[in-house]
Ligand binder design. Structure first.
Ligand code: C5P
Length: 403
């Protein structure tokens, strides 16, 4: 239910604007207080009087309103609600939001929206060709990366006669998305520290030792933890995957840098997930010049890096913070994970066989076992996002248990 919740709806100019009317009714039925803003083009499809009559509130149609007859200005409209919903959002409005333009009331509301603090949902609706245009797709990627939540359009028959993606989801689906955005988040008020990606151990100014980790698994855990309401710090090695919106990222290069950053932060965390593929060894000596090749073989002496996970496991009191480690193995993942669970004093080891198809470094999927003191649970092959969500669910249960 949405009892007492303030939902502010921005309607843009497309045929799907008529669905915004029904959306208002359903939101109200669920107990929400709704206010509406409209672009000039939206008013060509649905009159502001329709929304005004339904919401018993003035409809915001202009940025610069002479006098004080408007109960709320565009800034207050953007900042005084529990959810801000753009439905339908045209390709043009999406472009304006992506590029920070504010030349009408709705784009100005988008600019003033406190994305990250208030859920801002964008429901694009347009002709399929416009949807598939690379400019639209690039704009979608931009707004998603900035923390706006995009509700993907349905596929089907469009008003223009085309068949394909571009339909505004039905009002029921829009209301469900609003409810989901307001659902209680189990990690609210919790701090989660995550390590991800590889480390690089320099040999000389041009060379280093590293591994094939891309950071995808750890970044997906960070995104899931943010969705669950946690304050997330992600200490990561050199990667190309983008930092999820709302995550505090600390970029490091070497294992010793990662060690330093984790040791400075672990004690204030409620849960720690160490998914980084930390180099176990580093060259004993780092040359200050590029090493020249010799005719014969070359010997590199390596020394051990600190084991960050083991150090935190040894230092924590009882089961606080909740501690999760990873075990990437080539064969016998569960056996090794059980050993690691005890040796590194963890609550959970996420174990995988990196040599299995669809699993391990660089893939979008993984095949893992969740190994705890209670047993080993095999998970089916699934996306790293879904596995990230499972790990966050585990953290939520452990933190709620207070074990
Ligand atoms: O012992 P192994 O390296 O297989 O353990 C893997 C787990 O330990 C991972 O969670 C990894 O992030 C962590 N680790 C660490 N510091 C190291 C080596 C591994 O935190 N130097």
């Amino acid at each position: 239910m949405l009892t007492g919740r303030k939902i502010h709806l921005c309607v843009c100019g497309g045929i799907a604007a008529y669905k915004a009317v029904e959306t208002v009714r359903l939101l109200q039925k669920a107990g929400a207080q709704v206010q509406v803003a409209m672009t000039a083009n939206a008013q060509a499809f649905v009159g502001p009087m329709t929304f005004q009559a339904l919401t018993h509130a003035p409809v915001l149609t202009r940025t610069l309103d002479p006098g004080e007859e408007m109960a709320i200005g565009h800034i207050a409209f953007a900042q005084s609600c529990d959810v801000l919903l753009f439905a339908p959002c045209t390709a043009n409005m999406l472009g304006k939001i992506a590029h920070g333009l504010g030349d009408d009331v709705v784009s100005t509301i988008a600019l003033a929206a406190p994305v990250g603090r208030t859920p801002v949902l964008i429901a694009p609706a347009m002709n399929t060709a416009m949807w598939e245009n690379p400019a639209t797709q690039a704009n979608l990627a931009l707004v998603s990366a900035r923390g706006y939540r995009v509700l993907l359009p349905d596929a089907g028959a469009l008003a223009c006669g085309a068949v394909g993606p571009g339909r505004l989801p039905e009002p029921e689906a829009l209301v469900a998305a609003v409810m989901e955005a307001l659902a209680p988040r189990p990690l609210t008020g919790r701090r989660v520290l995550i390590t991800a990606g590889p480390t690089r151990e320099p040999i000389d100014p041009a060379r280093f030792l590293s591994n094939a980790s891309t950071g995808k698994a750890g970044f997906a855990i960070a995104a899931a933890a943010v969705r669950a309401g946690a304050a997330v710090t992600l200490v990561h090695g050199p990667v190309t995957v983008p930092v999820p919106p709302g995550v505090e990222a600390v970029a490091v290069t070497t294992a010793r840098e990662m060690h330093r950053e984790v040791m400075a932060r672990w004690a204030v965390a409620d849960a720690i997930v160490m998914s980084a593929a930390v180099a176990d060894y580093r060259p004993a000596e780092v040359f200050d010049h590029k090493v020249k090749k010799l005719d014969g073989p070359m010997t590199l002496t390596l020394v051990r890096n600190p084991d960050i996970l083991a150090e935190v496991g040894a230092a924590r009191t009882g089961a606080h913070p909740v501690l999760v480690g990873f075990a990437a193995e080539t064969g016998h993942p569960v056996e090794y994970a059980r050993d690691k669970l005890v040796r590194k004093r963890c609550d959970l080891i996420v174990a995988n066989d990196v040599s299995a198809p669809g699993a391990g470094f660089g893939t979008d999927t993984n095949l893992v076992y969740l190994v705890t003191a209670e047993g080993a649970e095999p998970l089916p092959l699934q996306s790293k996002e879904a596995i990230g969500q499972r790990i966050v669910d585990f953290l939520a249960v452990r933190l709620a248990d207070g074990r």
